[in-house]
Structure formats: C-alpha cells, structure tokens
Design a protein around this ligand. Structure first.
Ligand code: DQA
Length: 170
C-alpha cells in the first residue's frame, strides 16, 4: 500500500527557457506563463493533499544540484528538462542517483518535431512520460505520479453503469 498523499513531497523541475512561456513560440508552447502553470499545479497539489515545490533554472549545473538535493527529501519528481532533454548526460546521471518515481514531461509532442528533439537522454530511466498535452500535461503528470505513489498496485478497473443507462448492473 502507498502512503497517505498528505505525506508525499513532489518536486517539479522546469528547464531552460521555460521561464519565457507565454511569449515563447506560443504556437508550439501555448499562451500560459510558467507562473500560471505553477499556480495551477499548486491548486491541484492542494486538492490532492500533496506537498509540492517547483524549481526553474536555465543552468544545467543548478538543475543537477537541485536533483542531488532532492535525493533524501522528495518522494517523486516531475521534470521538463527542456533543451537539456536532448543533450544532458549530467542531468541523466543525477536522476539515476534517485530511487523514486520520475515523470518526464514536455509541452509539445517532441517526436513530431525536428529530429534532434526525438532523442531524450532520460526516456529510458524515467517511470513515465507525457508529451504533447501542452500545460495540462503538468496536471496529468501530478495526477499520475500521485496515483503511482498512493496506489502502486493500480486502480480497481471497475466500470460502473450510470443510473440512467439501459445496461444492467453486474
Ligand atoms: C520542450 C521540448 C524541447 O525540445 C524544447 O527544447 C523545450 C521545451 C517541451 O516542453 O515541449 O524547451 O521540453
């Protein structure tokens, strides 16, 4: 059994140029600012009863430091390494130090874009990946990570017929 969500601590890491969301290539990344995304995440974390912190940096070493510090203090990480996804062995190695669920997220569907974005240096070490849902992907990541932490065995897959449906209940 997983822990009560109230005891879970989640860290969300945003990589380079994500501080420019809102004005940065809105056709690709949407119009939401990082502040708005973080506020939506915070509201969702409060609803789910989680402790959540966010961190953004344009600097690879700072992201590595943050991941190392998370080692003993967080139960799960959601990370959008942005351009470092495609280049950073240092971030991969730092994430490999951790023994907690990791969710890789991208606003855009990276495999639909330029060839250099098809490669993720962390895809084979993360627990799950979300790509192409825009800002709402962060909320999906938080929801999914919470499920992984609280119900590691998965949900009970029962489909309940609605009251007005013609189907007989099992
Ligand atoms: C991104 C995709 C990366 O290729 C790009 O460098 C980013 C953002 C995304 O969220 O879609 O900065 O990670």
């Amino acid at each position: 059994m997983g822990k009560n969500p109230a005891h879970h601590k989640i860290l969300v890491i945003h990589g380079p140029n994500l501080n420019m969301l809102g004005t940065r290539e809105p056709d690709i990344y949407g119009h939401r600012t990082l502040k708005e995304i973080n506020a939506a995440l915070k509201a969702q974390a409060d609803r789910l009863g989680l402790h959540m912190e966010t961190f953004q940096s344009n600097h690879e070493g700072e992201i590595v430091d943050q991941i190392q510090q998370a080692r003993d203090s967080f139960d799960g990480i959601i990370i959008n390494p942005a351009a470092f996804t495609h280049t950073s062995i240092a971030i991969r190695d730092a994430l490999s130090l951790l023994n907690i669920p990791l969710v890789e997220i991208h606003l855009s569907n990276t495999t639909k874009r330029e060839a250099f974005r098809h490669i993720s240096l962390i895809s084979d070490i993360v627990t799950a990946r979300i790509s192409g849902f825009g800002p709402r992907g962060y909320l999906l990541a938080l929801e999914g990570l919470t499920q992984l932490l609280t119900k590691p065995e998965g949900p009970a897959l029962v489909i309940q017929a609605s009251e007005d449906s013609n189907h007989e209940k099992p």
